[in-house]
Design a protein. Structure first.
Length: 336
């Protein structure tokens, strides 16, 4: 009994310190060199080529098309995946003639957190309302009720689901990143189908969702603007700086560095003419100064410099100040 308690305590302590442990500079240097070698082999259209050459394996199918949910008043669409638990897209219709905010929540949040309820709207619902936009959101595969309904039932923490799938998917030639992007593409297509071709879609992602917001404009659905909050890190910089534990298993595409890193995705998004905002706090450890520098340097070289803003006295959070800046960005992208 004492041994079990001791092991449980060690596991808790290890989890708490795992993102802050010192790294070996010699090994980090070797990883940096390997990443740099991969960068020299990348094609100009690396992200698009990766998505073509490495298709996702999950089969995503509608189980109930868009319908009005009487309890919430939302429009909802239900779907199933062959690899993870079923999902539900949720949509608060936009005012006439206005666009829709598509919100990608973080790993510790859920669609319920973003949308709230009829009596008390969530913070993202208030953001959409203030911007005069509709709002679409859904739970990622390991969040909320979906987290306990995947391959292993009853798991309570998203990291448990991520860890189990991160063991399995590479053996099949895919990764969590690729499967999440496929679900994002599916969701964007279904939302576009409901709101119509002429209605703007604005993607805002926070934390984990911010990491996927970068790719959203490249998935075959017209996106008017994208904002990545609390996510500004190249894989190459995480390797070189011993910071790979900062992000979850979802962050790493299988063999991705041979095709792209963050600067390549940003360049392709800006080349499409999509408005892009990168926003995070100065104390957000998962957002790297080296990455900001690399994005700006790459942007000067290509003639497409991204908008990167760092808020003082901020950690990894969706604060009132960040919300206000995102609101201003959305109003710039779609004036009233």
């Amino acid at each position: 009994m004492i041994g079990r308690v001791r092991r449980a305590a060690l596991l808790l302590l290890e989890a708490a310190r795992s993102t802050r442990v010192p790294h070996d500079p010699r090994i980090a240097q070797a990883l940096k060199e390997l990443a740099a070698h991969s960068a020299g082999q990348r094609p100009a259209d690396g992200i698009e080529r990766y998505l073509r050459e490495r298709p996702a394996l999950a089969r995503l199918e509608l189980t109930q098309d868009w319908h009005r949910d009487t309890a919430s008043g939302e429009l909802r669409l239900r779907y199933q995946s062959s690899l993870v638990a079923p999902g539900c897209l949720r949509l608060v219709a936009a005012p006439p003639g206005r666009g829709t905010l598509v919100f990608l929540h973080g790993s510790l949040a859920s669609a319920d957190d973003a949308l709230g309820g009829r009596e008390r709207p969530g913070p993202v619902a208030e953001l959409a309302r203030d911007a005069g936009l509709g709002l679409a959101c859904w739970d990622w595969p390991f969040q909320s009720e979906r987290g306990s309904g995947g391959l292993y039932s009853g798991l309570r923490l998203h990291i448990s689901g991520e860890r189990e799938y991160a063991r399995i998917l590479p053996a099949l030639g895919t990764s969590l990143w690729r499967e999440f992007v496929a679900e994002l593409r599916f969701a964007l297509r279904q939302i576009r189908r409901q709101v119509g071709e002429g209605s703007p879609l604005h993607v805002v992602g926070s934390s984990m969702g911010g990491g996927f917001a970068y790719a959203a404009p490249l998935l075959g659905v017209e996106i008017a603007s994208a904002a990545a909050i609390g996510s500004c890190a190249r894989v190459a910089d995480l390797l070189a700086e011993g910071a790979t534990r900062t992000h979850g298993f979802f962050f790493y595409p299988l063999d991705g560095l041979r095709y792209f890193d963050l600067e390549d995705i940003v360049d392709r998004v800006l080349a499409r003419g999509t408005r892009l905002l990168i926003l995070h706090g100065d104390r957000d450890w998962g957002c790297r100064e080296s990455t900001r520098r690399a994005l700006r340097t790459h942007g000067v070289r290509t003639g497409r410099v991204p908008t990167i803003e760092v808020l003082p006295d901020h950690g990894h959070e969706f604060s009132d100040a960040i919300r206000a800046r995102v609101l201003a960005f959305l109003r710039e992208a779609e004036p009233r």
